[in-house]
Write a protein that binds this ligand. Structure first.
Ligand SMILES: [Zn+2]
Length: 637
C-alpha cells in the first residue's frame, strides 16, 4: 500500500506505568497484589457534565444494566480505591517523572497541575471517572531524520484490572487502580506503519532511560489514532505489543480504504440516506418450521424474527474490510453495542446456519427487497431488543453512505480490531474538585533535572567508553527492557565482574533461553542474585545459563539454592587441582606417550567434570602446569 498516496496519518498515545513507591492518590503500593481480598458490588450511573450534557457512550453503557463486583486486595487497595474516601494529594514522585520526560522532549511544563476527571463508566474505575492531569505541552522527539511533535504529557491513574465477565456482572480487581501512568501523546504526524513503531520504540526507550518505569507485560499500552484522507480518526485502544503496531495500522488503513470504496459504490448505485427510512417486517411465521437452531430457540421462548431491507447493499455486507471482518461484522458489533443482541444474519452469507434458500426468498418478498440489488438483515430476539437491533442496523448502514464513522476500536491479538464504542464527545472531561492544584515548584524541577533521561547517543557513549562494552553489545543493552537494571549492576559490581559479562547475561543468555523456558519468571531479583554470586566467586560465568533455566522452571527457588542443587557451586582452585591431578594419573600412559600434546585430551576430560564450576581459563592454566609437572617428574625418573 502506498501510505503517502492514501494520506495515512497516525498519532500515538503511550501509556506507561511508573515505578513510584505509592499510587497516584493514596499510599498503597503501586504494583499488582495476589493476596486475599474483600469484595463489594456497585452500579454506575452517568452524570451530566458542567455544560449539562450527558456523554452518549456513557449513557448506553449504563443502560445495559450492568453491575460491577470489585475485589479489594487488603494490602494493595484502601478506601480511596473503593471511592469511600477522597483522593489524597497527588503523588509528587509521579509529577517529577512527568517533568523529567518533559525536559527530555523539550515540552513546556505547566505552572500548575490541575487534576481533571474523564468519564469512564465501563466500571473500570469505582468513581466513574479517571483522574488525569496535564504536566507539559508541546515538544518533539527525533526519530530518524524527522521531528515528531509531542502534544501533551499527562500523569493519570491506571484503571482496575478486569478479571472476568459473569453475565451482566463484571469482576474487577482494585490493585491496578490508581497506579500512576504517564501518557505521552504525539501529533498525527506519523506517515507509515513502520514509522509508528519506530516512534513508539523511541519514546519507550526514553521512558526506560529515566529508570523510573515499570516493566513486563501490561505495564505499557499504546493507543493509536489512525486516519486516511477522506476517512475519519479511529481511536484504537490497548495495543500491548510493540511489534503489533504496524499490523494494526496496516489493517486499519485497509479498513478505511474499503469503507470508502463501499461508500463510492453505494453512491454509484444511487443509494440515498432517505432510502434507509425503511421499517422492519416481522417474519417470525416464515420460520415456523425452520431448521435453524438459533431461530428455533428464540421463537420457542416467545421472541420474534425481524427482517429489514438495505436498499442497494447487495454484495456489500460480505465485503472484507480486514482479515476475518466484513461490513456485516461491523454491523453486528454495532448491534451488540446498542441493543445487546448477540448477532445478526445477512443475505450475503445466506443460505447458511440452517436458514434455507426458500426461507430467504420469502423474507425477500416480505420486505419488498429486490434480489441482486438489495441486502436483507435478519435479527432474532425478544421484540424490544430486536427493534433496537434493527435501528442499530439502519444507523450503521446510513454511516456506510458517508464512509468511515469516527469510533473507538479495540485491538485483538492478531492485529485486527473491533468496534468498541462511538468516539466520546467533549462532554467527557470536567475538573476534579477533591484535590487542590499543585504548583510546579523549584523542588519538583530540581528533582526532575536529576532523573532527566540522557539522550540515547550520550548513554551509548557511556556504555562503550566508560564501561568498555563492545559497540554491538552496547546497542543491544540500550534497547534492552532492563537497561536500568543492567546499568545498576554494572555500577555495583564492575570491580569484580567485567561489565561485558554482566551485559551478556541479559543480551545473550537471557534471550537465548526465551525459546526454552518461560523467561517471564526470571525476575530482577534472580538476575541480581546471579551477578552477586559471580562477584563473590561462588559460581562461574559458565553456570549462569543453567541456573537461570532452573529458576525459571522452579519458581520460588533462589539462584543460590539452584546452584547447589545443580552442583554448580564453584570449586576452589585446590579442589580443581586435585580433580585434574586425578585425571592425569588415570591417563598417565597417554601423557607419557604424547607429552604436552596430551593437553587437549586432559582439558576435555577436565572440562566434562568442571564446566560451570570454575572458570575455563583457570582449568587450562592448572592442566598446563600439572602436565608440565608430571612430565618433568618422568624425566627425572
Ligand atoms: Zn489505596
Amino acid at each position: 500500500m502506498d501510505y503517502k498516496e492514501i494520506g495515512l496519518r497516525v498519532g500515538l498515545e503511550i501509556h506507561q506505568q511508573l515505578a513510584t513507591r505509592s499510587k497516584l492518590f493514596c499510599p498503597c503500593p503501586s504494583e499488582l497484589g495476589e493476596e486475599e481480598h474483600d469484595e463489594f458490588e456497585r452500579r454506575l450511573r452517568p452524570t451530566r457534565s458542567e455544560t449539562g450534557e450527558i456523554d452518549v457512550a456513557a449513557l448506553f453503557e449504563w443502560r445495559k444494566g450492568r453491575s460491577y463486583l470489585y475485589e479489594a486486595p487488603v494490602r494493595h487497595s484502601c478506601l480511596v480505591e473503593a471511592d469511600e474516601e477522597p483522593p489524597h494529594e497527588m503523588n509528587r514522585e509521579a509529577i517529577v517523572i512527568g517533568a523529567a520526560m518533559a525536559m527530555a522532549l523539550g515540552s513546556h511544563i505547566v505552572d500548575e497541575i490541575h487534576v481533571m476527571r474523564k468519564i469512564v463508566i465501563d466500571g473500570s474505575n469505582t468513581t466513574g471517572f479517571q483522574r488525569t492531569a496535564i504536566v507539559a505541552l508541546g515538544g518533539s522527539i527525533r526519530v530518524g531524520d524527522k521531528e515528531i511533535p509531542i502534544e501533551t504529557i499527562a500523569v493519570e491513574e491506571d484503571a482496575a484490572r478486569k478479571i472476568r465477565e459473569e453475565g451482566l456482572r463484571i469482576r474487577y480487581r482494585l490493585d491496578r487502580l490508581g497506579i500512576p501512568l504517564i501518557e505521552i501523546s504525539t501529533g498525527p504526524a506519523i506517515e507509515s506503519p513502520e514509522e509508528a513503531m519506530r516512534v513508539a520504540l523511541a519514546i519507550g526507550q526514553m521512558l526506560r532511560l529515566t529508570g523510573k518505569v515499570r516493566r513486563g507485560l501490561g505495564t505499557i499500552r499504546q493507543d493509536l489514532n489512525v486516519s486516511i484522507r477522506g476517512g475519519a480518526i479511529t481511536e484504537i485502544k490497548g495495543v500491548q505489543r510493540l511489534d503489533l503496531i504496524p499490523k494494526v495500522i496496516e489493517y486499519e488503513a485497509l479498513r478505511q480504504l474499503r469503507l470508502l470504496e463501499i461508500r463510492d459504490e453505494l453512491s454509484r448505485r444511487g443509494v440515498k440516506p432517505e432510502d434507509l427510512q425503511v421499517e422492519a417486517v416481522d417474519v417470525t411465521e416464515t420460520f415456523g418450521n425452520t431448521k435453524s437452531k438459533i431461530l428455533k430457540r428464540v421463537i420457542g421462548r416467545g421472541g420474534v424474527v425481524l427482517a429489514v431491507r438495505l436498499p442497494g447493499f447487495h454484495g456489500l455486507l460480505g465485503r472484507e474490510l480486514m482479515p476475518g471482518r466484513r461490513l456485516g461484522t461491523e454491523i453486528a458489533d454495532y448491534v451488540r453495542f446498542w441493543s445487546g443482541v448477540g448477532g445478526i444474519f445477512h443475505s450475503d452469507e445466506l443460505p447458511k446456519y440452517g436458514i434455507t434458500q426458500e426461507e430467504l426468498d420469502k423474507v425477500y418478498e416480505a420486505v419488498g427487497a429486490v434480489k441482486g440489488r438489495d441486502a436483507v438483515v435478519i435479527v432474532a430476539e425478544e421484540r424490544g431488543k430486536a427493534e433496537k437491533a434493527v435501528r442499530a442496523v439502519l444507523e450503521r448502514a446510513a454511516k456506510a453512505l458517508e464512509g468511515v464513522p469516527a469510533e473507538t476500536r479495540g485491538a485483538l491479538e492478531d492485529g485486527t480490531t473491533r468496534f468498541l464504542r462511538p468516539r466520546p464527545g467533549s462532554a467527557r472531561m470536567y475538573p476534579e474538585t477533591d484535590t487542590p492544584p499543585i504548583l510546579v515548584d523549584d523542588e519538583i524541577l530540581e528533582m526532575a533535572r536529576r532523573i532527566k533521561p540522557e539522550p540515547p547517543e550520550v548513554k551509548m557513549r557511556r556504555l562503550t567508553e566508560e564501561y568498555g562494552l563492545p559497540k554491538e553489545l552496547a546497542k543491544e543493552v540500550l534497547r534492552d527492557i532492563r537497561l536500568d537494571l543492567i546499568e545498576r549492576l554494572i555500577k555495583t559490581y564492575s570491580d569484580r565482574v567485567p561489565p561485558k559479562t554482566i551485559a551478556s547475561i541479559f543480551v545473550v543468555t537471557l534471550r537465548g533461553l526465551r525459546g526454552e523456558v518461560d523467561t517471564e519468571r526470571i525476575t530482577d531479583w534472580h538476575l541480581e542474585e546471579v551477578v552477586r554470586l559471580l562477584a563473590e566467586g561462588r559460581i562461574a560465568k559458565e553456570a549462569v545459563e543453567e541456573i537461570l533455566k532452573y529458576v525459571a522452571e522452579h519458581p520460588g527457588e533462589p539462584p543460590e539454592k539452584a546452584a547447589e542443587k545443580l552442583g554448580l557451586t564453584s570449586l576452589t582452585r585446590e579442589e580443581a587441582e586435585r580433580i585434574i591431578e586425578g585425571i592425569i594419573a588415570e591417563n598417565i600412559d597417554k601423557v607419557r606417550e604424547r607429552g604436552m600434546k596430551a593437553m587437549g585430551l586432559i582439558m576435555g576430560r577436565a572440562m566434562a567434570v568442571l564446566r560451570g564450576r570454575i572458570d575455563g581459563k583457570i582449568v587450562a592454566e592448572i592442566v598446563r602446569r600439572k602436565l608440565q609437572e608430571a612430565l618433568s617428574r618422568q624425566e627425572q625418573q
